[in-house]
Design a binder for this molecule. Structure first.
Ligand code: 3PG
Length: 216
C-alpha cells in the first residue's frame, strides 16, 4: 500500500496544466504497466488514467506510482467508495468516474482524492456541481451529443469545465479542445490494445507525442 494522502490534495483542474489529453488506459498485465507509462512519458504525456476494469489495475497503479514519481497516475472507472479507497491505497493521485454519485463525491473529498466525476446531461451537471464539483468528465462524449451538447451546456453552466471522453479521436480532438469550456480530452487511442499486447512502446510514444502537441 502506498496511500498518497500524505501529499496535499491537488485541485482536479491542475490536471489540465499537464497537457491536452488524458489517456484512458486498460492494462491486462502488471508487467506492462511501467513500460507503458514510460512510453507515454517519453511522448510528453504525464497524466495517466488507469481504469479499474481489469483484476490487475490496482497493482498496475501501484507499480507506476512506485517506479515513476514523475508520472501523475490516477484511477479511472471509480464506481464505489471502496474503489476510491483502494485507488488511494494503490497510490492514485486522482480519480475519474463514469458518472456521479453523491456518496462517491463526498468520500473522495474526505479522502483527499481529487475526483473528475462523469456527467452526460444538464441534471447530472447540476447534481455534480451541487456536490462541489465544477470540473467534470463529459461521458460518453460522442454518444451524448458531442461538441453541440458541450456548446449547449455552456449557456446555463458558464462556470463548468469539461473533459470530454468517449469517442474522441485524433481527428476530432481539436474540435473539442477549441471549445471554451473544454480544457482537456480523455481517450483510449493513445494506448491501442494491440500495441500494448505486442509491447510496441515506440508506437505508443509516437501517439503520445502527437496527442501532447494538440492545440487548445
Ligand atoms: C472511457 O472508457 O472512459 C471512454 O469510454 C474511453 O473512450 P474511447 O475508447 O472512445 O476513447
Amino acid at each position: 500500500m502506498i496511500r498518497s494522502a500524505s501529499r496535499p490534495p491537488m485541485n482536479p483542474l491542475d490536471l489540465v496544466k499537464h497537457g491536452p489529453v488524458i489517456p484512458v488506459i486498460v492494462l491486462q498485465r502488471v508487467e506492462d504497466a511501467v513500460r507503458l507509462a514510460e512510453a507515454l512519458l517519453a511522448g510528453g504525456v504525464t497524466v495517466l488514467e488507469v481504469t479499474l476494469r481489469t483484476p490487475v489495475a490496482l497493482a498496475c497503479i501501484e507499480a507506476i506510482a512506485r517506479a515513476l514519481p514523475e508520472a501523475l497516475v490516477g484511477a479511472g472507472t471509480l464506481r464505489s467508495v471502496a474503489d476510491a479507497e483502494a485507488a488511494l491505497d494503490a497510490g492514485a493521485r486522482f480519480g475519474v468516474s463514469p458518472g456521479f454519485r453523491r456518496e462517491l463525491g463526498h468520500a473522495c473529498r474526505n479522502l483527499g482524492l481529487p475526483l473528475l466525476p462523469g456527467v452526460a446531461s444538464a441534471s447530472e451537471v447540476m447534481a455534480a456541481n451541487d456536490g462541489g464539483y465544477d470540473f467534470l468528465k463529459f461521458f460518453p462524449a460522442h454518444a451524448a451529443g458531442g461538441v453541440a451538447m458541450l456548446e449547449a451546456l455552456a449557456g446555463p453552466f458558464p462556470d463548468i469545465v469539461f473533459c470530454p471522453t468517449g469517442g474522441i479521436t485524433p481527428d476530432n480532438a481539436s474540435e473539442y479542445l477549441a471549445l471554451p469550456n473544454v480544457k482537456v480530452c480523455g481517450g483510449s487511442w493513445l494506448t491501442p490494445a494491440d500495441a500494448v499486447a505486442a509491447g510496441d512502446w515506440a508506437r505508443i510514444t509516437q501517439l503520445a507525442r502527437e496527442a501532447s502537441r494538440l492545440a487548445r
